[in-house]
Design a protein around this ligand. Structure first.
Ligand code: AMP
Ligand code: MG
Length: 408
């Protein structure tokens, strides 16, 4: 019987990153409307100033700020109204001391003015006379030309996953087409004589295929395109063919089950029979998820995940996610909160332990309660709100401790 020589999660991730450091993703040009959630392929550099001209941020009167100094409700400053700036029009008005012009929000600031007094702080006596009842600072309520975006400025960096604000920034520059990464393709293989499709009749002793579905969803969540999935029996030939088919169609092949060292665990053998480097590592110091295979076949990444659904998902989060980030040159920050543990949780010696938790918020403070369950229980994960990682050198987590919780 062969034993695992387990490696740390970080080592596993590094092995993959190193092996596939030259793996290039293709790019494509998409309409701005289809760019949301895609990853930017190139820095976007502005060819314009935004705004193009000094604009008011409020409805009010463009004035010379110094005129307003000392103004109050009881001792207002009297200014002559010389006209009105029309929204969307270039204005030829010129404001000088003692004069003012009405400007709507977003309207162009007339020459000579250096501040805008909000309409709420004025009183219009008649068509020509305005009372200013409060002082304003120089440049108050004005957004200067180029204050938002300057010419030649990097507006969004390569590797950013485009969010709604990015889409807005691109629109502000009139950019209607964007170059983004094509999604990496993934093919998913569930292995096991006992595994049946979820639409099949469940006979005693059979297990419904959870992993195909949870892994497909996880893949989609991190921006992969699932090109296919199949259930394969514990049969060397069938498994080999399925992997070959997957390699033809995708950038990454994910298998689940059969990754251990049991008699009917053929994943390692099948991968090694394909030529290329084959299995690079077998066994990761992670709980749940130890029996994991990391391999390279035909220049592509193949990962043999454990069969237990929670283990498979955990290894996906720990190993596949960081690699995809790297592939995309993504720079995302995982959403986390800091929460106080409500119970002790022991960790397993020699492993990074992923502990799934429930979170509640009371009087502005977050509390995390660990879920005690076996790695085969999918509800252990589906009912969780997040997870903490107890690192290999730690002895567990204590009640009362504040921990960073990764949100699911
Ligand atoms: P294995 O890694 O093949 O030894 O499988 C470990 C456990 O996970 C076994 O109890 C399998 O029945 C179960 N398992 C394997 N693949 C799946 C799957 N696709 N869906 C649900 N359970 C699975
Ligand atoms: Mg199996």
């Amino acid at each position: 019987m062969e034993f695992f020589k387990t490696i740390l999660i970080e080592e596993a991730v590094n092995i993959i990153k190193e092996e596939f450091k030259d793996y290039k993703l293709e790019s494509e040009i998409v309409d701005l409307d289809d760019a949301y959630d895609k990853v930017l392929y190139e820095d976007v550099i502005s060819k314009e100033f935004v705004p193009e001209f000094d604009r008011s941020t409020v409805d009010g009167y463009a004035i010379v700020a110094e005129d307003s100094y000392g103004s109050t409700d009881t001792i207002p400053t009297v200014l002559e109204i010389i006209g009105e700036v029309k929204m969307g029009d270039r204005t030829e008005l010129v404001v000088s001391s003692g004069k003012c012009a009405y400007v709507p929000t977003g309207g162009m600031i007339p020459k000579g003015a250096n501040a805008v007094i909000m309409i709420e702080n004025t009183e219009k006596m008649d068509e020509k006379t305005l009372l200013v009842q409060k002082p304003v600072r120089i440049q108050e309520n004005i957004i200067k030309r180029g204050e938002d975006i300057k010419e030649n400025e990097v507006v969004i960096e390569r590797g950013k996953k485009l969010n709604p604000a990015h889409i807005g920034a691109l629109a502000s520059l009139g950019i209607s087409k964007v170059q983004v990464f094509k999604k990496p393709k993934v093919f998913i293989i569930s292995t096991g004589d006992e595994i049946i499709g979820i639409e099949e009749k469940l006979e005693f002793g059979k297990i419904r295929d959870i992993n195909s579905y949870s892994l497909k969803a996880q893949s989609k969540k991190i921006g992969l395109e699932v090109v296919g999935n199949i259930i394969v029996k514990d049969d060397f030939i069938q498994l080999k063919e399925a992997i070959l088919d997957g390699l033809e169609k995708s950038d990454i092949v994910l298998l689940s089950g059969g990754s251990s060292v049991g008699e009917r665990d053929y994943t390692k053998e099948a991968i090694n029979s394909l030529g290329g480097k084959g299995v690079l590592a077998h066994g990761i110091s992670i709980k749940p998820g130890k029996p994991t295979l990391i391999a390279s076949a035909k220049g592509k990444l193949v990962i043999g995940l454990p069969g237990h659904p929670v283990s498979a998902m955990t290894v996906f989060m720990a190993v596949v996610e960081p690699f995809i980030e790297k592939l995309y040159s993504l720079n995302t920050i995982k959403p986390t909160i800091f929460a106080q543990m409500t119970e002790n949780f022991p960790s397993s010696a020699g492993k990074d332990t992923y502990v799934f938790v429930n979170i509640k918020k009371e009087e502005g403070k977050y509390y995390a309660t660990p879920k005690f369950g076996k790695s085969g229980m999918i509800t252990n994960l589906s009912k969780a709100d997040g997870y903490i990682v107890i690192k290999i050198h730690e002895e567990g987590v204590n009640k009362g401790e504040i921990r960073e919780v990764y949100l699911l």
